[in-house]
Design a protein around this ligand. Structure first.
Ligand SMILES: C[S@@+](CC[C@H](N)C(=O)[O-])C[C@H]1O[C@@H](n2cnc3c(N)ncnc32)[C@H](O)[C@@H]1O
Length: 503
């Protein structure tokens, strides 16, 4: 039997990994600096001065935050781990005080977001590439100098210290020299790069063609910033009270936007299960599934369950299906905390067994949140920016097409399928929908502006929603002043509603 009903306990994922750093190889030859080409002394060279005791103490506390950030970044960049997994795995990160943990996280995300720009600066200063670890120490130092509010002294001294902590004493001279040069040639070095350098080449080509250079540049500006924390609140919860207790702004439907950055389990009403974390655009997909009591909905590719919770909270009879047992454990834990019910099925939806099961079940609605390149979620997952420069969507496209084709067979003849991907790539959105409609497997059921609410600008002439990350732009809203304390923007999504065509 290929699929099983899952009975799982709740709780957080076990964290039984140990920290692992690439240690220095003392036999590695250090490389020479390229001669400075930029105008010298444009910025006054800071005078060497003794650091005040307060600053020294702060640097000592933050040393472990920088060490933890180095370990996490090393796992992401050199070992291909995704950000959340690398943070969870890192014991040192977990043991930091909350203030230092926030700083370490900021260092990690800033290095990932600004990777292209900072690497360009490093390449400008060096004649040959350096050891991976030294390169990372330089990233950490330069990102603080150029993009965070760290003082030039602290950025330099802590980078040299970090090299020593990691047994790269021999590189400390080189690191010191590059940081000092960056301080001297600050404006010229910054002028060498632009925000577009952070976008991998294939995405730059495609986005510029698809969305135009101005929109792409606006998206990139947004992706350099920390995203807001969006919460979906239960429909029967007191929204005004929650907005007050959580210092949130009501966006639309059941989304509250907060600016909290820390352990969400410590936020008000977490244990009561009145809300869960979900981006406003992701919540739109759930809303468009039209959940209501008595409606039978299959949530395919459901884990970790943000949309399942939304459908169940609206009273629908939900079957949540996913092929990843570990992610389903999280889905079950989330539903338990929220005191919501859904049937949970561990299955490959492209298997013959699931086909038989779904054909017999004939749900009223299918929500298919298909696996994708996730390029719409870069602001939350900036590691996507440092993945290798290849973007091979062929395999994903084949899976997405097969899943949508099957979903259209399984849904009731008078029902509908919501097809969604958190991708910016038309290959995973528009092209998939065009394929099934031109093969006469489905008819597009156009969204109306009213259904999309604040996301109305995403409505295409065809009738699907192409939600760009810049869509929720508060500056354009009438109550912009009220919203000015909250970050703008949202995850990028493609969403379409399709009705099956009788064969
Ligand atoms: C975009 S994520 C889903 C996010 C989820 N809908 C939510 O709102 O929390 C895609 C999911 O598809 C699942 N998946 C990928 N291939 C699958 C398959 N063949 N059958 C079932 N699930 C699959 C992955 O395990 C992953 O959890």
């Amino acid at each position: 039997m290929l699929f099983i009903w899952v009975l799982m306990g709740s709780g957080q994922d076990a964290d039984n990994w140990s920290i692992c750093y690439e240690m220095a190889d003392p036999s590695k030859k250090l490389l020479t600096l390229k001669a400075g080409t930029a105008r010298q002394h444009k910025r006054k060279r800071p005078k060497r001065k003794r650091l005040p005791q307060k600053e020294l103490a702060a640097m000592a506390v933050e040393a472990s935050a920088r060490l933890a950030a180095f370990g996490v970044l090393n796992d992401i960049i050199n070992k291909n781990m995704v950000t959340d997994a690398a943070l969870t795995k890192n014991k040192m990160f977990a043991s930091l005080e909350s203030r230092d943990r926030a700083f370490a996280r900021l260092l990690v995300t800033s290095c990932l977001r600004r990777y292209g720009q900072v690497q360009k600066m490093i390449d400008h200063c060096l004649s040959k590439p350096v050891d991976q670890a030294i390169n990372l120490i330089l990233h950490l130092g330069l990102v603080q100098l150029f993009f965070l509010s760290t003082t030039p002294h602290a950025a330099t001294n802590t980078s040299v210290e970090l090299a020593k902590q990691l047994n790269h004493d021999r590189a400390s001279g080189l690191i010191n020299a590059i940081l000092r040069r960056a301080i001297r040639e600050y404006d010229d070095m910054l002028g060498l790069t632009s925000v577009m350098d952070n976008l991998p080449a294939p995405l730059k080509t495609i986005w510029t063609k698809q969305y135009g250079p101005d929109q792409t540049s606006a998206i990139m500006d947004l992706l350099m910033t920390t995203p807001p924390l969006d919460l979906t609140v239960k429909p029967d919860a007191d929204r005004a009270k929650l907005a007050q207790h959580l210092s949130g702004l009501h966006i639309q439907h059941h989304t509250l936007r907060c600016s909290f950055d820390g352990d969400i389990r410590k936020m008000p009403h977490y244990d009561e299960g009145l809300w869960w974390v979900q981006d406003a655009a992701a919540a739109l997909c759930g809303t468009l599934a039209g959940a209501k009591p008595g409606r039978v909905i299959f949530d395919l590719c459901a884990a970790p369950g943000g949309k399942t919770a939304q459908l169940a909270a609206a009273g629908a009879s939900v079957t949540a299906v996913d092929s990843d047992a570990h992610r389903l454990t999280r889905l079950k834990a989330n539903l338990d905390r929220l005191k919501l019910l859904a049937d949970i099925l561990h299955a490959d939806i492209l298997s013959a067994e699931f086909d038989k099961f779904a054909t017999a079940a004939q749900p009223d609605v299918i929500l298919l949140d298909a696996p994708c390149s996730a390029t719409g979620t870069i602001r939350r997952r900036p590691d996507i920016l440092v993945r290798n420069n290849r973007l091979d969507l062929n395999a994903l496209q084949a899976v997405q097409h097969d899943m949508l084709e099957a979903a259209l067979r399984w849904v009731r003849p008078d029902g509908f399928v919501i097809y969604a991907t958190c991708s910016m790539q038309s290959e995973e959105g528009e092209e998939i929908v065009r394929a099934v409609t031109s093969d006469r497997l489905a008819k597009l059921d156009k969204f109306s502006k009213a259904e999309l609410g604040l996301f109305a600008p995403a409505l295409s002439v065809e009738g699907w929603a192409r939600v760009l990350p810049t869509c929720l732009n508060y500056a354009k809203l009438p109550d912009a002043a009220a919203a000015s304390d909250y970050a703008s923007g949202n995850d990028g999504f493609f969403i379409a509603r399709l009705r099956p065509v009788a064969s």
